[in-house]
Design a binder for this molecule. Structure first.
Ligand SMILES: Cc1cc2nc3c(=O)[nH]c(=O)nc-3n(C[C@H](O)[C@H](O)[C@H](O)COP(=O)(O)O)c2cc1C
Length: 303
């Protein structure tokens, strides 16, 4: 466990989780594993990974054992509550290892809210529309992840700038912004919109700890926003992809399921991903620049 960065940016989310920074390392299929989660949490944010990254419950146990040996900071997981996954067993293991934060996607979050609350944890739901948000609210989630247009992975069509305040007003729940946050200025903007934190995916694909090939990381660094395509042809759900990787699958759904490693998802915030760096450094710089931006803002006002 390393010496931790001391600055804090406090929001209702950081208070809820007992963390220093409102920066959540996004759960990313086949990209975020223990190394990335540990680095983000040790830097003061909240490291996460999606449970489908581990094929068996004992693989998951080994991962959590590794994490617990190396950090005492909170971590979170993304749980897929559909029939395809052994989510009940996965949930039990996570709770036993003290995981306190869950983002639910696919399926009904009511199934996990009670056991998670019983251990003092929180359940947020990934949402992209008004209908999703109202349904998750009625089911009793503690907050929402507003997955906005341009986010890496499966994404909606409403920009972060609109979706975050809209969902907050609609539901009154804490809202995390997901989509388009790669820098401290963008984090400051998300906080100004009323988000209680930001889920950072694309920027962290280009981190040393991400489990992505060097070519994929480099492609994220080199791409501009026009190199991202929004397509439903690859997995059946609308998602953002680096155009060069999407092109080879377009019209060939049969290869999509077999070559996940060659499928490079990323969002439009590739625009600000400017180098392959240690994740802890990305988080710390984002926090410093966010704080500097927030401190500059009052100077815009003329009394
Ligand atoms: C490669 C990749 C894989 C992803 N996989 C998942 C996933 O398994 N579960 C999930 O809830 N979100 C997933 N996402 C979405 C992220 O958790 C997050 O919401 C999104 O990346 C935030 O937007 P940004 O990419 O603009 O930072 C993925 C994103 C990327 C880039």
């Amino acid at each position: 466990m390393q010496e931790r960065y001391v600055m804090k940016i406090s929001t209702p989310f950081t208070a809820m989780l007992g963390i220093d920074l409102p920066i959540i390392g996004a759960p990313m299929f086949l990209v975020s594993y223990e190394e990335l989660a540990i680095a983000v949490s040790e830097a003061g944010g909240l490291g996460m990974f999606p449970l489908p990254n581990y094929r068996t419950v004992s693989d998951l146990e080994a991962a959590l054992e590794n994490i617990r040996r190396r950090t005492d900071r909170p971590i979170g997981v993304n749980i897929h509550l559909s029939g395809r996954f052994e989510w009940q067993a996965q949930l039990e293991v996570c709770l036993n290892y003290g995981v306190t934060f869950f983002i639910s996607s696919l399926g009904d979050p009511r199934q996990i809210i009670e056991p998670v609350h019983a251990r003092g944890g929180f359940v947020f739901a990934d949402v992209i529309t008004r209908r999703h948000a109202l349904s998750a609210m009625k089911k009793g989630v503690d907050g929402l992840v507003a997955v906005a247009a341009g986010a890496g992975g499966h994404a909606g069509q409403t920009p972060t700038m609109v979706l975050v305040p809209y969902l907050k007003e609609l539901t009154g729940l804490p809202v995390l912004a997901a989509g388009g946050v790669s820098t401290g200025k963008q984090l400051a903007a998300a906080l100004a919109l009323g988000a209680c934190g930001a889920v950072v995916g694309t920027r962290l694909v280009a981190s040393e700890e991400a489990c992505a090939t060097q070519e994929y990381k480099q492609a994220v660094v080199e791409a501009g926003p026009d190199d991202i395509v929004y397509s439903s042809k690859i997995t059946g759900n609308w998602a953002n992809w680096l155009a060069q990787s999407a092109a080879q699958f377009d019209g060939h759904p049969e290869i999509g399921s077999k070559k996940w490693q060659d499928l490079w998802s990323a969002g439009r915030s590739v625009a600000q991903a400017d180098g392959i760096l240690p994740a802890g450094q990305i988080v710390s710089e984002m926090a410093e620049k966010c704080a500097a931006t927030l401190l500059q803002m009052p100077k815009l006002i003329e009394p």
